[in-house]
Design a protein around this ligand. Structure first.
Ligand SMILES: [Zn+2]
Length: 329
């Protein structure tokens, strides 16, 4: 029984690999591989963005076999295809195209990679897939999907988000838990990455609530591997101590075995899909119940899709998730 539970735990570990968490320069904008959803209806055009300096048209991308200079539109098509289901609403795809361009410009300005502006590793920068990978992924839908995504990129050509004249750290994630996360809970705080409401729910996000079940000894050993000072000599039901939630409702910290551990650290340690979780001890096992997926900072992709279905255009979606930023071209 214990082995079965532990195998299930291992399966969870490998199923829900989270993005790397760390300092700003190792921060990823994205949580990879959002789950697919049903095709939404099309809708309205967006207002004209504010005129400003043009965005660069080419970008140096660090790939597995070295840096390659790509046309920005081709690069963004590959990011969009890798980061958001092609079935999403056109306005959500356009919002994602702008966020992806902005994040690439932010990385380029930060000099994150010496010989390249950005890399194609979703754990570092943002995911990117080439045409061969997309043909394999989409099969007979390749032409239709590629055409749809190319349109999202073309209709937002050159557009990106600025704050005080600089491209912003346009973080995004798969789905939130009622509200997005304040950037300061995960990385350095930014005035445009504060907690805002996000409308997705179990009805609009596949696998919105997930569960991780741990046998007590596995639970203890995982914690001791990172926190050897923790004390689990008492009864199992006493291992869980006080829990503190932040403004967005996510776990800021939780005391386990007498040690206060940040929610982000627990997410990484147990490969939880997000820090919006509860932890219970019942029937001789520990159960994490997790809502949403991703670090929670910036634009929620599923939230963007719901807002688009409700009639918001991409500029309104971006203004909602990145308040105080300017959409420029
Ligand atoms: Zn990178």
């Amino acid at each position: 029984m214990k082995k079965t539970v532990f195998l299930a735990f291992l399966a969870m570990l490998f199923t829900f690999l989270p993005p790397l968490l760390g300092l700003d320069l190792s921060a990823s904008a994205a949580d990879p591989s959002p789950l697919p959803t049903s095709p939404p209806p099309e809708s309205s055009a967006a207002p004209e963005p504010t005129a400003a300096a043009p965005a660069q048209e080419r970008i140096r991308v660090l790939l597995a076999d070295g840096a390659a200079e790509l046309d920005m539109q081709d690069y963004l098509l590959g990011v969009l295809a890798a980061e958001m289901p092609a079935s999403f609403h056109m306005e959500a795809l356009k919002a994602q195209a702008v966020a992806a361009r902005t994040y690439a410009l932010y990385c380029a300005a930060a000099g994150k990679h010496g010989e390249a502006d950005v890399c194609a590793d979703p754990r570092c920068c943002q995911a990117w897939q080439d045409e061969a990978a997309l043909r394999e992924k989409w099969g007979g839908d390749y032409e239709a999907n590629a055409q749809k995504l190319r349109r999202a990129v073309a209709e937002t050509a050159g557009q990106h988000l600025c704050y005080e004249g600089q491209p912003v750290f346009a973080a995004f994630h798969s789905s939130s838990a009622g509200a997005t996360e304040d950037c300061g809970q995960v990385w350095n705080p930014r005035p445009y990455l504060v907690s805002v409401p996000s409308p997705e729910s179990a009805e609009t996000v596949p696998g919105y609530v997930s569960e991780l079940i741990c046998a007590p000894l596995d639970f203890r050993d995982v914690l001791l591997s990172a926190y050897p000072q923790a004390d689990f000599s008492g009864p199992e039901e006493d291992w869980i101590g006080p829990l503190a939630r932040d403004e967005s409702g996510r776990v800021a910290s939780l005391v386990l075995g007498g040690v206060e551990i940040r929610g982000t650290a627990l997410r990484a340690l147990f490969s939880l899909r997000s820090t919006a979780f509860t932890l219970d001890y019942a029937d001789g096992r520990f159960v994490f119940t997790v809502t949403g997926s991703g670090h929670g900072v910036g634009m929620s992709q599923y939230g963007a899709n719901v807002l688009a279905q409700q009639g918001a255009d991409y500029a309104e979606i971006l203004a909602h998730y990145y308040p105080g930023t300017q959409l420029v071209q």
